[in-house]
Design a protein. Structure first.
Length: 117
């Protein structure tokens, strides 16, 4: 059974995230070392952790939408760590969240009307 990292949520409550022993920070004093129980409490909220990757996601999306494709989709995984916050996952097996962002260009009358303005 995996260990658990507890992340506070700004609106209240908490998010529990599964973690392997390798994911647990060695420098922090752990609440418990029993699998299935909260082993460590994250230093920041879920919202603050996600905000860390927001500039990178904005950079990727602005570059892709500038290519003027009819539709752009970006899919990535997010892993939450007790010390690292949110990071982009290196593989699909490790993902805590899978996020797909999609942009569709305007077509037809809306696109023509928008370009004349």
């Amino acid at each position: 059974m995996p260990y658990v990292i507890e992340f506070p949520v700004d609106a209240g409550g908490c998010l529990l995230v599964q973690a392997d022993e390798d994911d647990l920070p060695g420098s922090l004093e752990l609440a418990t070392l029993r699998p299935g129980e909260v082993a460590v409490r994250a230093r920041e909220s879920v919202e603050a952790a996600i905000d860390q990757i927001k500039p990178a996601i904005n950079a990727v999306t602005s570059r892709l939408t500038a290519m003027a494709a009819d539709e752009v989709a970006v899919e990535f995984g997010i892993v939450l760590g007790a010390e690292t916050g949110a990071i982009i996952a290196k593989g699909t097996a490790e993902v805590h969240f899978t996020v797909t962002l999609t942009w569709k260009r305007e077509t037809g009358e809306h696109a023509v009307a928008g370009s004349d303005a």
